[in-house]
Ligand binder design. Structure first.
Ligand code: 1GP
Length: 277
């Protein structure tokens, strides 16, 4: 499946490109590559395969990195695909030149000042010097049924799975802070994906797009997240275990299929609105 939106590097900004993905497809598919979990060559292969099978953008990131080659990995991936490559940083060390953009994360679900503003103050001058596009993202860590690397590394508590009201309040705070997206993440390799009831409650409560990731292992789960209101779905681990083009394409089809019915609904509502006027 060719990506009809992502042909060539975005001429304007990654944010506007992602807006176009949402306008044209109703939902987008983001694949996360973790430089610590595979050799750069394997990640480049996965990035190319992702592009060929319907993925909308590539994230590169990790909660922690043991290898010193994060920057080389970002550059090699960006060199190999025309899709936008966005750094999804675990800390300020992950802000490296050679990406198209960086998710400027604020770990709003936590109460640790290091991840509310400390890492950001270290990262901001680097982002400016490297002329990266900073995309402000309110990041909410959701309990995925086990202790994740993000929880440990950030020394923050995740939002309990059965407390959608807490997630809603934090997501709305992200919107009022002027953030571009809310990212509800169970953390990489979480036992369970973010509950669809929570995705639905949050997406109906806020007006900015919702990114959902962590523990999504099947196209059905990805499609269900979009049906519940997610604008973007992220998968990481599953493609490290099984990076076949068929599986990537099945995820893309499930996400874009659920997104397409949303754009149809929006167009029916717009028509009805025009008729009512
Ligand atoms: C983690 O949302 C990403 O931050 C991806 O999670 O690796 O569990 O798919 P998985």
């Amino acid at each position: 499946m060719k990506n009809p939106v992502g042909q060539g590097k975005p001429a304007d900004s990654v944010c506007r490109y992602l807006d176009r993905v949402l306008a044209e497809k109703g939902a987008g598919y983001l694949v996360l590559l973790d430089p610590d979990r595979a050799a750069t060559g394997d990640l480049v292969t996965l990035a190319k395969r992702s592009q060929d099978h319907g993925v909308d953008a590539i994230l590169v990131g990790s909660s922690i990195t043991l290898k010193p080659s994060f920057a080389e990995c970002v550059a090699a991936v960006r060199e190999s695909v025309s899709l936008p490559v966005i750094v999804f940083p675990g800390n300020a060390f992950h802000v490296v030149p050679g990406a198209d953009a960086v998710f400027f994360l604020c770990l709003l679900s936590g109460r640790n000042p290091q991840f509310l503003v400390g890492e950001q103050a270290k990262a901001a001058p680097l982002i400016k010097a490297y002329e990266l596009e900073a995309i402000p993202v309110g990041y909410l860590l959701i309990d995925s049924g086990e202790r994740t690397s993000v929880e440990f590394m950030s020394s923050t508590l995740p939002i309990p799975r059965d407390k959608p009201d807490i997630a809603m309040a934090h997501a709305l705070a992200a919107q009022y802070f002027g953030m571009r997206y809310v990212f509800m993440d169970g953390g990489s390799g979480g036992r369970s994906a973010v509950p669809v009831e929570m995705v639905r409650a949050v997406s109906q409560y806020i007006e900015i797009p919702l990114v959902v990731g962590g523990g999504i292992r099947s196209p059905e789960e990805a499609g269900a997240a979009v049906e519940a209101g997610a604008s973007f779905v992220v998968t990481g681990n599953i493609l490290e275990d099984d990076g076949r083009g068929e599986l990537i394409e099945a995820f893309a089809r499930a996400i874009h299929g659920a997104g397409a019915s949303r754009t149809e609904t929006a167009s029916v509502e717009a028509t009805a609105g025009r008729l009512r006027r």
